[in-house]
Design a protein around this ligand. Structure first.
Ligand code: 5GP
Length: 208
């Protein structure tokens, strides 16, 4: 049986470029990314089941009551949640899974799965964040201001994460997250078989 995969949460301000970096992690290194459910309306170009599963509030609430989410949270007026089943199936199959989620959800995952690697991503500066959100052109100024205010509120959560990465360059940021996860895999608790085989190998030198 293959080893269980590693679960990583990537959070960070809306507009920090998390989405782009996560796509690169999938493309370049083969990570599995969980597709969330949301009650927000699709943006132009977003496809059902690819970026999100777009659902009604009623359906979302029904799934909450069935314990169908690994975590869920409300973000700027909409629900977002991670379907539990898919994530567990992938981890059981030995795949390393990434959740690109906001901070409240991130903390819920850490509570229920303390082994989760928690990464917080920030853009190079607050000004840069503002211009990225404006240039994205997907939200009006009112929504952009809400997202910026929310970014400030989220700074309070940085301490709850293990790692902070600055997304100045997509390729660099992608590689840096990949190396964090590779290092995680070297922890002794994920290498019990290796540990046992080392002990066995050296046993013949035992002092008599
Ligand atoms: P957006 O509307 O820009 O796609 O996402 C808004 C925020 O919701 C982002 O910070 C994104 O990471 C977060 N988000 C996306 N999916 C989930 C989810 O399943 N759970 C939680 N808690 N947050 C999510």
């Amino acid at each position: 049986m293959s080893k269980r995969g590693i679960l990583t949460v990537i959070s960070g301000f809306s507009g920090s470029g998390k989405g782009t970096v996560v796509k690169e992690l999938v493309k370049k290194y083969g990570y599995v990314v969980s597709v969330s459910a949301t009650t927000r309306a699709p943006r132009t170009g977003e496809r059902e089941g690819i970026e999100y599963f777009f659902v009604s509030r009623e359906d979302f609430e029904a799934k909450i009551s069935e314990n169908g989410f690994l975590e869920h949270a409300e973000f700027v007026g909409n629900y977002y949640g991670t379907p539990a089943k898919y994530v567990d199936e992938m981890l059981d199959a030995g795949k390393d899974v990434i959740l690109e989620i906001e901070v409240n959800g991130g903390l819920q995952v850490r509570e229920s799965r303390p082994d989760t690697v928690m990464i917080f991503m920030v853009p190079p500066s607050a000004d840069e964040l503002k211009s990225r959100l404006i240039n994205r052109g997907t939200e009006d100024m009112d929504k952009i201001n809400k997202r910026l205010a929310r970014a400030y509120e989220e700074t309070e959560y940085i301490d709850k994460y293990d790692y902070i990465v600055i997304n100045e360059d997509i390729a660099e940021c992608t590689d840096s997250i990949h190396s964090i996860i590779l290092n995680e895999k070297k922890k002794i608790r994920y290498n019990n078989e290796l540990k046992s085989s080392i002990i066995n190998d050296y046993k013949r030198f035992e002092r008599r």
